[in-house]
Unconditional design. Sequence first.
Length: 88
Amino acid sequence: MDASERRERAWRKTCAALSNDPNIVEEMRREGIILPSEPDADLVDRICDVLLTVLVTFGLDPDSEANAYGRQIDDLIGMVNSFRLWDT
């Protein structure tokens, strides 16, 4: 498997993870983000903005369940940000 195939596979996995969360799906819909688009720098920025919005809205609560959700969102931010490295 070459680098472009690994990148495509990783992007599909990331899109699937993003699509499993109704809060993220709704916020991406509001922002006009359609997956699986090609992960260029602009799309990565827009998705990170969505994830930060969801994190602030739903993931910052003293409740331990909300904190776990916040950690999941943080993990997704890391996954999406990793696509910045593919472009260098």
